[in-house]
Structures are given as C-alpha cells and as structure tokens.
Design a protein around this ligand. Structure first.
Ligand code: ADP
Ligand code: ADP
Length: 228
C-alpha cells in the first residue's frame, strides 16, 4: 500500500517542449486515479516516470513520503500492467504469474510461490487455466494473467497503461467489472490511463486531465463528466 506524491515533475526528451510539464499531484493510499488526455499529452511518460522506466528531468517523486527519483524500478515495488499483455509465450499461465517472484532468487520458497500464484489465479478466475500457454487463451484471459503478475508481487501500487484498449466491447465491459472488483478487494493505489469515459466513471475515485504535458484539472468523475 502506498501514497504517491508528484512534485513539479518535468520530463524533457532532448531539448524539445517538455512531455510532462510541472505536474504536481497527491495520490492517497488506496486511491484509484484515472489519467486522461489527448494522444501525445504525456500520459505514458508520466506512468513510466512513476514506475522508474524513464528518468525524471526535474521535480520529485515520493512513495510513502520517501523520495524515489533515483531508485531503480525493482526497488519501487510498483507493478505496471501493459496494454499488450507482455506475457512470455513459452511459459504456462502459472509460470507467467510466478515470474516476478522468481526474479528475486531465493526470496520466496516454492511453497510460498504456489500459494501466491494460486491465490492470484483464484481472484482472477484463472484456476482452470494454469497449465495453458498464452497462445491458448482468449484476450480477456491473457489480460487477467498480466494482472495476476501484478497482484502476485503484492506491489504497493498498480500502474495501468490502457489495459483494455485492445479488447472488444463485450470483453472490455467484463474486464472493467473485474478490475473494479479487484480494486474493492485489494484496495491498491492505482494510476490508470484510459481514453474511455465509462472506465473513468466506473473505476476512478478522481480523474486527472493532462494536456500538452500540463495537468489541467483533477476532479471526481461526476464533476468532470456530469457538469452542465
Ligand atoms: P501519451 O501517452 O499521452 O500519448 P506520451 O507520453 O507517449 O503521450 O508522449 C508525450 C510526448 O513526448 C509526445 O510529444 C511524444 O512524441 C514525446 N515522446 C514520448 N516518448 C518519447 C521518446 N522516447 N523520445 C522523444 N519524445 C518522446
Ligand atoms: P472470454 O470471453 O472468457 O475471455 P472467449 O469467449 O474468447 O473467452 O472464449 C471462451 C472460452 O474458450 C474460454 O473460456 C477459453 O478457455 C476458450 N478459448 C478461447 N480462445 C481459445 C484458444 N485460442 N485456445 C483454446 N481455448 C480458447
């Protein structure tokens, strides 16, 4: 569990206009923040800065009040869920979910791995599919495996980069409900990038609107979408 604080975050690629420009935001422990804005406004860059995949040009990033600007991704204990699933095709569902636990050699006993993986699989209704390879799963199931990988690490926060945008409408609705349910159960701090207003309405405690790298507005979904 974690609070995430962005203080005057700036990201410049080369000497162009900042992709993220002086963004400040306090994300409370357990809060689900939706990040919206037009293509190219800096959403992915911001997520990648938080998770540690992109250097911070200036400003501070705090997790539970501790400055983490210079910490490697593995030391931030955040889990990113990508839109393209990023599963290992040669590994079974079980081994895909277990993967993050095996990175830290010896940290988890095999027994603990089994418990964490089977619990995550149960949460995501993947119990019957643990021996399958990703090629033999539906799109929704693959997305669930990707989420299982985030859950199993017991990360302090989840970062979602348009996780449902490659799915058809029916599946998207189903997954949206599943993420909402998962959030109620786990109450993990989440930052979720989407273009989809329904996702923002269903999942978000607050919605942050980015435009050309600048934070324009932070409001509840109701305030944002139901104002006259
Ligand atoms: P979004 O996720 O909202 O579509 P991005 O964060 O991907 O926006 O991009 C923000 C801006 O930064 C865009 O102008 C994009 O072209 C630029 N940008 C993103 N990644 C790079 C990069 N690796 N090198 C140079 N410019 C980049
Ligand atoms: P869902 O809507 O639950 O994601 P689908 O409607 O796509 O799944 O598929 C229904 C069932 O068919 C699933 O439970 C899945 O186990 C199975 N299935 C889907 N695609 C494949 C595949 N490529 N190989 C084997 N089984 C599949």
């Amino acid at each position: 569990m974690a609070s995430i604080t962005l203080k005057n975050l700036v990201k410049k690629y080369g000497d162009g206009f900042p992709a993220v420009n002086d963004v400040s935001l306090d994300i409370a422990d357990g809060e689900f923040i939706i990040l919206v804005g037009p293509s190219g406004c800096g959403k992915s860059t911001l997520l990648r800065m938080i998770v540690g995949l992109e250097d911070i040009t200036s400003g501070d990033l705090l997790i539970n009040g501790v400055r983490v600007n210079d910490k490697a991704p593995r030391d931030r204990n955040l889990a990113m869920v990508f839109q393209n699933y990023a599963l290992y095709p040669h590994l079974t569902v079980y081994e895909n979910i277990a993967f993050p636990l095996r990175l830290n050699k010896g940290k988890y006993k095999e027994e603990e791995v089994r418990k964490l993986v089977t619990d995550a699989a149960a949460t995501l209704e993947l119990t019957d599919h643990l021996d399958r390879k990703p090629a033999n799963l539906s799109g929704g199931q693959r997305q669930r495996v990707a989420m299982g990988r985030a859950i199993v690490r017991q990360a302090d926060a989840f970062l979602f980069d348009e996780p449902l945008s490659n799915l058809d409408a029916k599946l998207r609705g189903q997954m949206r409900a599943e993420i909402a349910q998962m959030q109620r159960r786990l109450a993990t701090t989440s930052v979720y990038v989407t273009h989809d207003q329904t996702e923002a309405m269903t999942l978000g405690d607050r919605v942050a609107v980015l435009k050309k790298g600048v934070l324009q507005q932070v409001a509840s979904p109701r305030e944002l979408y139901e104002q006259p």
